[in-house]
Structures are given as C-alpha cells and as structure tokens.
Ligand binder design. Sequence first.
Ligand code: ADP
Ligand code: ZN
Ligand code: ZN
Length: 748
Amino acid sequence: MSNSLVQVALPLPLRKNFDYLVSGSPPPVGVRVKVPFGNKLLIGVSVGVSQNSNIDRAKLKFIDSVLDNSPILPEELWQLIERTARYYHHPWGETLSTALPNALMKGEKAELKPINYWQITHAGLEAIPNLPSRSVRIQQALRALESSKPTSEESLKANEIQLATLRKLQDKGWATCSELEQGSVRQSSCDQNCLELNASSSSNTGAQPISRHSLTPEQKSVVEQVLAKTQEFHPVLIDGITGSGKTEVYLNIIEHVTQTGQQALVLVPEIGLTPQTIRRFESRFPNKVASIHSGLTDKQRLNHWLKARAGIVDIIIGTRSAVFTPFKNLGIVIVDEEHDLSFKQSDGLRYSSRDLSLFRGQIEQVPVILGSATPSLETLYNAKHKNFSHLLLKQRATGATLPEITIENCKDQPLQEGFTKPLLNKMYQHLKKNQQVLVFINRRGFAPVLLCHRCSWMADCKRCDAHLTLHQSKQNDYLQCHHCGGYQSLPTQCPQCHAADLLAVGQGTERVEQFLSSYFSQYPIQRIDRDTTRRKSAMSDFVDAAKKGDTKILVGTQMLAKGHHFPKMSLVVILDIDGALFSSDFRAQERAAQLITQVSGRAGRSETEGEVVIQTHYADHSLLADLKNKSYSELAQRLLQERKDTLLPPYSHIALFRAESLKKQDAQDFLREVSSLFTNSNDALEVLGPVACTISRKAGRFRFQLMLNSSNRAQLHQLIAQHLPTIESSKRASKIRWSLDIDAQDLL
Ligand code: ADP
Ligand code: ZN
Ligand code: ZN
C-alpha cells in the first residue's frame, strides 16, 4: 500500500500546516492525530491531504496515531474557526487549540461516557416497609428509587447515596443497574425531570421552577419580531433600559426555539458574577441547560461540549469561549450585555466573542441577539448601517421608573473619608427606611498611594511603572502592585528619609468599607471586589444575602454593575468617577457612561423608587450633565458623532501592534520597523506611534504600541496579511514579545 500525505494543524504559533505521512489511505479531514514533532508527540487536527510536500520525502515523519473515527466538529464550526483565524491573522493551529476544549487537545476521547442508571425492582419495593430501622443507608437508597423511574448514578451520589449501598441493593435483587448512552433515555417516554442528565453546572443548583411573568406589550412585541424570522441570519439589537425585562424576553424566545427542536447558545460576561442569571435559566428549563465557563474542570467542560454536539442539552449558557461550542441543531445565539469587555480575549487569540457570534449566525443562518441597556457604539453603528433590527424596551418591566441622578459637587467641601456630610445624611435616610444602599468605587484595596508626609516619597512597584496599592483588612496590611500582582510588606518608616509619617492617600473599597461599617455600625455591610470573592461560592452567597435584605450596605467595584437585581436597593452612590472621565483612551467616555448607567440601574428596580448620587470634583463635566439629563441612547448618539468627526471606531477600524522587551530599545525598534512597512501605504491608513503604553513598564518589561487606524477595513486587513510574514521573520521580533490585536479594546 502506498503512503499518503496528510496536512496537520498543530497548536504552535506558526502560520502554517505540517505534512505527515500515513500508510494507506489518509484519515478523514477533521479528526485528531498524534504526530511526532521535535522530540515529543503533539496532538493536532488533520486539515487536508497534499499531493506533494515541499519537504524532502525522506525527512517526512509518519503520523503516530489517529484519535477519532469521524470529524470532531460539525462543518459550520470549522468554517467559524477558519474565519476566526483569517480575521484575527492568527496561526491556524493555535486558533484551533483555543477553540477546542483542553481535554480534547490532551487526547481525551471525544465521546460521551455511558451513564449508569439505577432502578428499583419489585422485590425492592416490597422490602421497604419491612426494613430494620438501623439500615439507614439502605432505606435512604430505596426511598430515593421508590418512584420506580431510572435514576442516574450521578444524581444519586449528589444526594449522598454511596455506590457501595447501591451495590448492596443489587446483590439483594432490590435494584438493577443499566448502562445507557447519555441522551438515549431522554427520548424515551420517561419523565425527564427524574433523570437529571445534565449536571448543568458544577454546583448543585436544586432549582425549583419559578413562576413566569406574562409579558408586557413591549416585551411581547420584541419576542414576536425575533420569532418572525428564525430561519435565516437575522442580527437583532435588543436595546432595553436596565430592568426592562431583557432576560425574560430571552427566556421566552428560547422557549419557542427549543420547542421546535432547536438549540440555543447564550453568551454572558462572567458567570461567577451573575449567579442569579444562570439560576433563572436553570429553573425555567430544568435539566436542559449546560454551562461552559472557566470554573469547570477540563472533563466537565468537555462533557457539556459533547452534550451540546450530541443535541442532548437544549441550551448552552457560557462565557466568551462558548461561542465555539458545537451544536447538533443550533437555532439562535444570544449575547447578553453585549457591551461588556470580557467578551474580548486579551491575550493569545484576541477574539471578540460578540463579533464571532455574528459570524456564527451568518454561517449557521440563525438569528443573533445582542442585548444591552448600554449598547457599545460599535453595535449601535451596526444597527444603523448594517441591517440589524433595532428593538427597544423603554420601560421597566416591574413598572418602576429609572432612578433620578443627582450630581454632588464635592469640590471645596469638607469630606469625611471621601464622603460629604449631605451624602452621608442621604444614605442614612434610605437605611432608616429599611432600604439598601450601594456604594460604588472602582478601586480595590485600601488606598492607591502610600506617601511620605515629609519627603513625598511614594511606594512604587520596582517592576512596573505604577504605584503600589495599600491593602488593609483584618490585621493584614501589605502593599500590592495591581499590574504585576507582586506583593511587598508595609514599611514602618520612609525608606528615603526614615520619617515614620506615611500617609495613605485616596480611597479604595477597603477604606470605604472600614469607614462605613463604623459610621453606620448598626447596618450590616458587605464589600464585593476581587479580594472578597475569591472563594468559589462567595459571590453567590453575597448576592443572596443582599437579595434577602440581610445586607444593608454594599460596597464594591464594577462587579456590582453586572445585571444584579436587589429589590430593596434604593440608593446608589458613585464615588470617585473622576479618573474615568479623563482617561487617554478614546473610548473612556463611552465606558464611563456604560458603567455609570449600569451601576445606577441597580437602584429602584421594583418596590421602592431609586435615586443615584454621583460625587465628583468636576460637577460641570458634560458627560455627567448628559447622564443626568439625557438617556443613554441620546448620549451615545453624541459620542458617535464625535467618533465620526475624529474618524475613530466604529467609523474606522483599528489594529494594534504591541511589543514588550527587557531593554527599552528592542521593543521600540521592532515597532519602528513595523511602522515603516505600513507608512505611506494608502490614504485611508493612519499609522500612530510607536508610543509607550500608559503603563510603560510592566513586570520588568518596557511596553510600546503602534496603532493602525483605517477607514477601509478590507484594505487594512489586506495590508496586515501582506506584511505579517516580513514582521514574523524579522530579526528584531525574535528578541522581544509582540502581538497583534485586531479591533483592540484595551488601549492602555
Ligand atoms: P433586565 O435583564 O432587562 O435587566 P430582567 O429580565 O432581569 O431585566 O427583569 C427585571 C425584573 O423584572 C426581574 O425581577 C423580573 O423578574 C421582572 N420582570 C421581567 N418581566 C416582567 C413582566 N413581564 N412582568 C413583571 N415583572 C417582570
Ligand atoms: Zn520620606
Ligand atoms: Zn508591578
């Protein structure tokens, strides 16, 4: 038998495929293969066959083994991954390994493991009344099976029934065990609820079906307009104010879509931050939801991925990477809080999951819903110019009104730990009425600067161009760099002049918490930031306590801005937003507007009317005035006009080259070389830089960036494709770290 030549994509940062030999006929395209590379074995994917190779036949190696019988991905997902690699100019093999679950890249079988189901026998049922009272375990196990429905071993174990006990039942002839393919039972007549096939997240949710609302006329109209066009690519922006019932709309749409046998993909920003949303989906669709996010083990993730591929689950709810989930019969994609930055990956393959969801909708010919109370300017632009349906929800679903915003000028006012007296009084008024108060401050730690009162020395990170943040909680004081993560102990005196007079300057969440918990000592307070929510269930515990009304004051960072619903929250205080108003990023105003609108949206969502106080030193800043007097939509229109006038995204398209090096010169020289390739290419292209990044040194490396800004996207991409080979093979490139970020979001 003659040998065939197979092209293999390998998870390497190289923009090419590799040729391997196989004896006999080649494996199908799209299966995983294990191949020798250097002195180790790598897992890759066969992407085609070649007639001849550039490499000397004698040097070609043989494939070690073929891991799958059939392609691991449906055709549509291949197309998406291919398109992703092309659009982001990213090595194809590395794109593939970002898109596929880790477990598959490590060689795990791409098949669902059969599940053991236990069922009680007639003898078992008869035994129940006659059991001696001390056989507690046996009784418990028999009771769990008493309904006579086959029950998965997984769910029995979750109810603390041990395998050893089940085996005893089997020995006595009281129960039987059968191994079934996952999903096969689902099609049987058995009631689904008994099976708990889909341990939908790692936690045991114990979800009870909740009562559903009858839709408001606005909601109904949105649902109808989406459902009117479900058999084609139909991009929809659901632009609904905070609390307008967007989630309820998604649930309704999904209900219809899944009733026709199709599946739904729901992308959400960060699952850990919005436990309520997941629970709402799980309780509305018991046993039909599986989640995909970074909190899962590799095995769990693969399991959920395989269930979606097999069509065993109807709904996948997941974060960014879930956009690469294979489906048997995808019917709709929903991106909730589409403006959220977490949809953009900030390293490796720097993809936007929101943007890819639109590619996906095109490929699969299904509707794609982008939902937000504060749509990104990109999406508003698309809605206007690219045939999106732009659907509005202008009222809160509960009938509540949007909170009134007050701008509190703190310039020249006496401040008590950052608060003016009138503001503290206002907070007290709300608390006294048994309502809740949220204090938002977008900075964790105690204080952002530690300063010597005598000589003005400041505690700086040795490895970054940044001040160290002082942390002070529970007798544990330390300094931490929020850029490289490094810790330092707190000096007792100034290292420069030896004065013992060190001042904590500025406010962070810890300081605000400390102050408020003594000032309002009778009202329970909870701080919510990355430091208090490290424990897995912490966020969901805090949110539950706040929802029940046990916690009266919440202090926290932007984690609190995300989709939470606290019925008794009536006052939102926004402290120290000033930094966000004056950032050098051209998107700073858009981001500040989104953040303030989202945080404000936590107030007055149902029972009590809400109000918002923004405390600032810049009370006459135009953005604050607009936030107070106009809707987000009106404000966004103004910001869009500014982008149009200055020719910035979404009216142009950007790509950012970043470079870091230990020696300052290396990164700079590299980017100068890149810059020279693009300069004078065409009139539509502007080449900006190289300039030092705002944090000009991080973890010991100097950082520079070069921005390409073009009014012609196709031309920009064509130029990048043309010059990348030169850039990659540049001698300077090998000395440094560099990356290319298409449609960059983070410009600092
Ligand atoms: P959003 O996702 O737009 O922030 P939600 O879907 O979370 O809004 O709805 C906000 C609140 O209003 C929730 O408590 C929800 O239960 C409630 N709600 C949603 N739709 C309705 C409705 N049609 N009637 C009554 N209450 C509703
Ligand atoms: Zn000093
Ligand atoms: Zn640092």
